[in-house]
Design a binder for this molecule. Structure first.
Ligand SMILES: NC(=O)c1ccc[n+]([C@@H]2O[C@H](COP(=O)([O-])OP(=O)(O)OC[C@H]3O[C@@H](n4cnc5c(N)ncnc54)[C@H](OP(=O)(O)O)[C@@H]3O)[C@@H](O)[C@H]2O)c1
Length: 252
């Protein structure tokens, strides 16, 4: 049994992971900005935590300090969803929200947990990135560049904190079968996306078997997809523009 903190506990992936880890009898602390979404009072949950606000991060740090006196794993499942659109159709507010929700939140949580991890003898930090960082697709600039910053931060933290027995790695995810993805991607491709339970099982197994020598990596998760391997980007995606009327249909 291991100790876990999940930030973004009300995200689709965070919720699925939480259920899976609790079912495996791990000790889990859930953290969300929005209200706690389970009635079970035995589930440890701190809500109302905006991970871009220093006062909330300090409150979170004290809460975690009281919960765990031995090493724990942080899984950061936070960041706003992105519907494809070009740079010219991305508003300034949207790009600020992307960099804040993906990168600034991770920096804040790392700052909050690292002193506790150092004090309890170590820990693991896991962030979710996306395989778009490897491919630099068009129409995803605000999201992909924010995730690139996430990956870079993870590598910097790994180098800086390894002397304290703290590791940091990122999982680069493909599209996962979340509601947001199902609503915005062509139905024909849905069968290609890993399910939330496949992802939860893979994440848990990988973390539980992760040697402390595995540090500063971006671990890609994907499965075979005929369209992914045999079609170019523009053949298998739909380009989403700011105005739904401008949406350019077609198989990317
Ligand atoms: N879904 C996919 O296919 C996919 C693919 C690649 C990578 N990922 C990554 O996996 C992670 C989870 O994805 P998801 O689809 O499950 O996400 P989601 O359902 O869209 O949820 C995003 C979460 O981010 C939280 N959040 C945003 N800004 C925050 C802030 N300032 N402070 C605290 N929480 C904040 C929201 O919290 P509240 O609800 O509490 O407000 C929300 O629960 C994200 O990093 C995402 O980029 C997902």
């Amino acid at each position: 049994m291991s100790n876990y903190v999940i930030t973004g506990a009300n995200s689709e992936i965070g919720r699925a992971l939480a259920q899976f880890l609790l079912a495996k009898n791990h000790e889990v602390l859930l953290v969300s900005r929005s209200a706690k979404s389970v009635a079970d009072s035995t589930v440890k949950w701190i809500d109302g935590v905006d991970l871009t606000k220093e006062c909330d991060l300090l409150r979170l740090r004290e809460y975690i300090r009281k919960c765990f006196s031995t090493p724990f794993t942080l899984i950061h499942s936070v960041g706003d969803f992105w519907a494809h659109k070009s740079v010219t159709n991305t508003s300034f507010d949207e790009v600020v929200s992307q960099i804040q929700s993906h990168y600034v939140t991770l920096f804040g949580v790392v700052k909050a947990v690292v002193p506790i991890m150092q004090a309890v003898g170590g820990g693991r930090i896991i962030a979710f990135s996306c395989n778009s960082v490897r491919y630099n697709y068009p129409d995803m600039a605000a999201f992909t560049s924010s995730k690139a910053a996430v990956e870079c931060l993870i590598k910097c933290v790994a180098n800086e904190q390894s002397k304290y027995n703290i590791t940091a790695n990122a999982f680069a995810l493909p599209s996962i079968k979340t509601n947001n993805v199902l609503e915005t991607k062509p139905e024909a491709f849905h069968k290609n996306y890993p399910t939330l339970s496949e992802l939860s099982e893979t994440v848990e197994q990988t973390i539980e078997n992760l040697s402390p020598l595995v540090n500063g990596n971006v671990i890609s998760l994907f499965k075979y997809s005929d369209s992914f391997y045999h079609k170019g980007y523009y053949e298998r995606n739909i380009i989403w523009e700011a105005n739904q009327d401008e949406r350019v249909g077609g198989l990317l």
